[in-house]
Design a protein. Structure first.
Length: 456
């Protein structure tokens, strides 16, 4: 598939042909389930002229269905464009196709979608990761040039690592959340999934910047990164030693080899320890579920999407609409979130989790004082089999290396660095100081070049 950079040189007619080709391919590859349209036997949704970008089904595109892959939102049509979409359109891009996801972005395998599973293009028996599994699978299989996803605890970086593309989550506040269906508002961030680092910079530049429609948007200067990319900068990179050591043997081996390559290309490597990931998991699943329980209270059968037909009174309407409309994982999280916010437990859980969050953030800031970037795994293993994870807890543990960045509000990118013995992708994660995306992308480009050179 041509890259975004190459696509920027195409004529409108060539772009139209490209869209047709993508649509045909998506139809042929319907079993992949990367796009929601593939489950419905429809053409890929489109709204205007421009270079086609696949859009996760939780980002509003005016006139398109927006369902967060949930039954409860069936039939809901977005009445406005998310700011990220407005910005895309201004920059010559156009939303094209709705990508599949875990219901309400809760999950790590895109297996909780109401429409069905997305498969990993590298091995159809493996999960593509999640929750932006459709966005990752579409890019990795040549069914999209690039896509938008959302990352609350790793949902851009982890599926990118499982499918073998680049996944970039900017710092919290860099990309407006206006028009992104809220999961956990203090953690959610729109990110990009692309074929390479330069495309990640190009697409990020198109969507980022201050937006008065989002009160958490960062009102600071934004300078475009793609024109200033520099892979030759020598950086000081802190390796999180305990994370590398705790990863699976194959992931560890690939990352250690990558560290040697970074060193021999002139980057300075230092070693640091980070807090035990168990604190990240505990804090994240309290804060994320607490905010989700509040955010999802709006789906009441009145304002959005689907209403139960089995109603005798107002209370029935709420209960039956929500019982029928939400899947099991979403219900589990609403219950957990409601519990940790209830009086008597609020201090014990929610306040404690907020303290842990502040502590994790401080620890990252301390490490980042000594270096330009942090280097660590994206995931402890490569993509796993469908049904490999028995309990919800086992799935939650897939996020051990990604969620802390959301808790700390930092930017992170996952870049492919190798393969395991079964040909599944292994990626490394680079992390930057808040709002230093230029350094992050410079480092990621350097890493990508080193790996490509090594593979030749
Ligand atoms: N897997 C994590 C969760 O289920 C993260 C999801 C995300 O980033 N949206 O909450």
């Amino acid at each position: 598939m041509i890259t975004l950079k190459e696509a920027l040189k195409l004529s409108q007619e060539e772009i139209q042909n490209l869209k047709k080709e993508l649509n045909e391919r998506a139809k042929k590859e319907s079993k992949l389930g990367a796009y929601i349209e593939q489950f419905l036997g429809r053409d890929l949704s489109q709204s205007c002229e421009g270079i086609p970008i696949a859009i996760k089904d939780n980002i509003s595109v005016k006139g398109w269905e927006l369902t967060c892959a949930s039954k409860i939102l069936q039939g809901y049509i977005a009445p406005y464009d998310a700011t990220a979409i407005v910005n895309l359109k201004k920059n010559g891009f156009a939303p094209y196709g709705r990508t599949n996801m875990d219901e309400f972005a809760m999950g790590s395998s895109t297996a909780t979608s109401y429409y069905g599973k997305t498969l990993n293009p590298l091995n159809l028996n493996k999960v593509p990761g999640g929750s932006s599994g459709g966005s990752a699978a579409a890019v990795a299989s040549g069914l999209a040039l690039a896509s938008l996803g959302s990352d609350t605890g790793g949902s851009v970086r982890q599926p990118a690592a499982f499918c073998g593309c680049v996944g970039f989550k900017p710092s919290y506040g860099r990309v407006s959340r206006y028009g992104l269906a809220s999961y956990s508002s203090s953690l959610d961030q729109i990110g990009v999934l692309t074929q390479n680092v330069e495309d990640a910079a190009i697409l990020y530049d198109a969507i980022a910047g201050y937006d008065k429609m989002d009160s958490t948007s960062a009102n600071i200067e934004f300078i475009k990164t793609a024109p200033n990319l520099n892979a030759d900068k020598k950086l000081k990179i802190a390796v999180i030693e305990n994370y590398i050591n705790d990863a699976s043997e194959e992931v560890k081996k690939a990352l250690l080899k990558t560290i040697d390559m970074l060193k021999s290309h002139g980057h300075e490597i230092i070693y640091k320890q980070m807090l035990d990931c168990k604190y990240d998991i505990a804090a994240y699943y309290i804060i994320a579920t607490a905010e989700a329980s509040a955010n999802l209270s709006r789906y009441d059968g009145v304002r959005y999407g689907r209403r139960s037909e089995n109603i005798e009174n107002l209370k029935d309407m709420y209960i039956n609409t929500r019982s029928e409309g939400f899947g099991e994982e979403v219900k589990r999280r609403i219950l957990l979130g409601t519990f940790v916010l209830s009086s008597g437990y609020y201090d014990a859980y929610y306040i404690k989790a907020q303290k842990a969050r502040a502590f994790i953030k401080a620890k990252y800031e301390e490490i980042l004082k000594d270096c330009d970037l942090i280097f660590m795994p994206v995931t402890p293993t490569t993509a796993f089999d469908f049904n490999a994870k028995k309990s919800p807890m086992e799935v939650y543990l897939e996020d051990i290396y990604t969620i802390s960045l959301n808790l700390a509000g930092l930017g992170g990118i996952s870049v492919p660095v190798g393969k395991d013995k079964d040909g599944l992708n292994i990626s490394a994660q680079l992390v930057c100081k808040a709002f230093e995306e230029q350094t992050l992308l410079d480092g990621a480009l350097s890493l990508e070049k080193i790996i490509n050179r090594g593979n030749k």
